[in-house]
Design a protein around this ligand. Structure first.
Ligand SMILES: C[S@@+](CC[C@H](N)C(=O)[O-])C[C@H]1O[C@@H](n2cnc3c(N)ncnc32)[C@H](O)[C@@H]1O
Length: 260
């Protein structure tokens, strides 16, 4: 599995924190004893859940050992972290008050199976809240990876299906149907953030910490350098630097589903 780099991920900490805060602000659950943050990354945002639910045991799960190592530095009596793959996570029925998954579900397949299972894990009054890049959003990475120069090499390195140009993210209406069918009331919305990023090649630097990892990890040596140069050129074309910075429009989908 491709490695995550907590330092690279935290380079745009403030921009990445905002959707998390806006997601959690919409959770109606007022008191909680068991809260889980799935795909917690370096735990920076997980720690803020302790202020929102001071009486809850808060558990951060992530499948990346480097993320869990970074998160563990924040461990307290209330806040713990565990290495776990969201795909295989099977929380006990009715055992949780809040499940948060911010910017992580786009890395996990089969939401149709996963989400009803998570919904069943909520106690009465509990909430499942997640945020993902809007379905179909590709900042320009898949187009470069699909070029004749790169597609065969990336397909070989990443498996039979090759690089994923589409994520497993569903349409908002599909999430509403799925979670209403699981007995929850659902609040779903989409927002585009217009991040203004400083410095050289900031869009490359942004996705180096997330969406570019599977591609970069699949290449090495001169191929890696050449592919990175191609991506930088494409991202500079799509997101030109302006006097005040570089605008990155980032559409995101939010779902907050509550068990009455
Ligand atoms: C973009 S980061 C989001 C981190 C954090 N939720 C935040 O809001 O800052 C995505 C995280 O999802 C984790 N992740 C990816 N696939 C996962 C899986 N199958 N199970 C658990 N975590 C996963 C990655 O390791 C990474 O830490």
């Amino acid at each position: 599995m491709a490695s995550w780099d907590p330092q690279q991920y935290e380079r745009f900490a403030e921009e990445r924190a905002r959707p998390f805060r806006e997601l959690v602000a919409r959770i109606p659950t007022t008191s909680a004893v068991a809260v889980v943050d799935v795909g917690c990354g370096p735990g920076t945002m997980t720690a803020t859940l302790a202020q929102r639910w001071p009486d809850a045991a808060i558990l951060g799960l992530d499948s990346s050992p480097s993320m869990i190592t970074a998160a563990d530095e924040r461990r307290t009596a209330q806040l713990t972290f565990q290495l776990a793959d969201a795909a295989g996570w099977r929380p006990q029925r009715g055992s949780l008050d809040v499940i948060v998954a911010n910017a992580s579900l786009q890395w996990v397949d089969d939401h149709e199976t996963l989400l009803p299972r998570w919904a069943a894990a909520l106690d009465d009054g509990g909430t499942l809240a997640f945020q993902v890049p809007s379905p179909g959003f590709d900042p320009g990475l898949a187009g470069v990876a699909a070029r004749e120069r790169w597609a065969p090499g990336l397909a070989g390195a990443l498996g039979a299906t090759g690089p994923r140009s589409a994520t497993p993210v569903l349409d908002a209406a599909e999430y509403v149907r799925l979670l209403c069918a699981a007995g929850l009331t659902v609040d779903a919305w989409e927002t585009t953030y217009y991040h203004v990023l400083p410095g050289d090649d900031p869009v490359f630097e942004w996705f180096k910490g997330t969406g570019l990892r599977p591609y970069l990890d699949a290449l090495s040596g001169e191929d890696l350098e050449e592919f990175s140069a191609d991506i930088r050129t494409e991202l500079r074309r799509l997101y030109p630097r302006e006097p005040f910075g570089t605008i990155l429009p980032f559409p995101r989908l939010f779902v907050v589903a509550h068990r009455p």
